[in-house]
Design a protein around this ligand. Structure first.
Ligand SMILES: Cc1ncc(C[n+]2csc(CCOP(=O)(O)OP(=O)(O)O)c2C)c(N)n1
Ligand code: SF4
Ligand SMILES: [Mg+2]
Length: 322
């Protein structure tokens, strides 16, 4: 079945999953962490009948200080670089047990979870291999907080242009990060996998529905999830949802899906909020001047227009979700 024809159960305000969270409270994430909010919502959408594989990073360190664990589902912590490889192995093993009638006779999503460093930098080889092999029940979630936060705010290839980090410091000779964000959703889509999507916990029903669609589709799925980090971004902890909405409404983080190579722009932003509104809330950008915003604004619009063009050129009518 084509990805865009695969039925799945959408999450709405009315059908919001009840019952205990799969990720229990009491974890050690910082106050106002957008990354743990995203993770909690994604797991709530998927439910406990999954197997999770976490790369080293904030979400692993904060949720599993030995001997405690916040995970109410089978969970394994692996190295920084190999979440995709381990999840692919687990998925294959579960498939074999199912075929031999030695496991439950139903599909069990195997969910690899890593940060932007664990995905776009050190883990990209393992991820590429897993996407290319076409594992049926494999979901990869990149929680993108735009730096190596767990080890003290070092830059990654997902750190946005102009951001101050400990390894892209702003100063007399530097405006912070000098490169644009690596386009991981495009890299994942280039593997020809059936499902790629961007998501943001400030649009929580959309995020949760995308997790459900990823689980329903047969074949590898890649979710790139906006994850604000008050500690690394120098952002007030109460602004996780405000900043997430601004990221979309400035066009900085467009919400879209790629189903069998066809594009859907989930939220058209015809009258964008100026990018400066987004930057001014975050201390990591406080050294930027008006002239810097001009370059960034133009590039943000250009990147957004690419997605609009892709959605116009390779459109898809999505099946109404049940
Ligand atoms: C091979 C290896 N190199 C470096 C580290 C140290 N290390 C652990 S987590 C991490 C950064 C994680 O960044 P990211 O994947 O973006 O996740 P975040 O903590 O930001 O959520 C680093 C550098 C490691 N564990 N293994
Ligand atoms: S450092 Fe950032 S991503 Fe890590 S737990 Fe704290 S707020 Fe969340
Ligand atoms: Mg990170």
């Amino acid at each position: 079945m084509r990805a865009y024809e695969t039925p799945f159960e959408k999450v709405t305000a009315k059908t919001f999953p009840k019952g205990p969270d799969v990720l229990a409270s009491g974890h050690r994430a910082c106050q106002g962490c957008g990354e743990v909010l995203a993770l909690r919502l994604l797991l709530k959408a998927l439910g406990p009948e999954i197997i999770c594989v976490s790369a080293t990073g904030c979400m692993e360190v904060c949720t599993a200080p030995f001997p405690q664990s916040a995970w109410r589902t089978p969970w394994i912590h692996v190295a920084f670089e190999n979440a995709a490889a381990v999840a692919a192995g687990v998925e294959s093993a579960v498939g074999i047990l199912r075929r031999k009638k030695r496991g439950p006779d139903r599909r069990i999503p195997v969910v690899a979870i890593a940060g932007d460093g664990g995905t776009a930098d050190i883990g990209i080889q393992a991820l590429s291999g897993a996407l290319e092999r076409g594992h049926e029940d494999f979901i990869y979630i990149c929680l993108d907080n735009e730096a190596y936060m767990n080890t003290g705010i070092q830059r990654s290839s997902e750190t946005p242009f102009g951001a101050n980090t400990t390894t892209s410091p702003s100063g007399k000779r530097s405006k912070g990060q000098s490169t644009w964000k690596k386009d991981m959703p495009a890299i994942a889509a280039a593997h020809g996998v059936p499902y790629v999507a961007t998501a943001n916990p400030a649009f929580h029903l959309d995020l949760m529905s995308k997790a459900r669609r990823a689980a329903a589709i047969e074949g590898p799925a890649y979710l790139h999830v906006y994850s604000s980090c008050p500690t690394g971004w120098r952002l007030k902890p109460e602004l996780a949802v405000t900043i997430g909405k601004l990221a979309v409404n400035t066009r900085i983080f467009p919400l879209y899906e790629v189903l069998d190579g066809r594009y859907v722009l989930n939220r058209k932003v015809d009258s964008p909020v100026p990018v400066s509104e987004y930057f001014k809330l975050q201390g990591r950008f406080r050294h930027l001047k008006e002239e810097d915003y001009g370059y960034i604004q133009a590039r943000v619009n250009e990147e957004y227009e690419k997605i609009v063009k892709l959605a116009e050129t390779f459109p898809v009518e999505l099946q109404a979700a049940s």
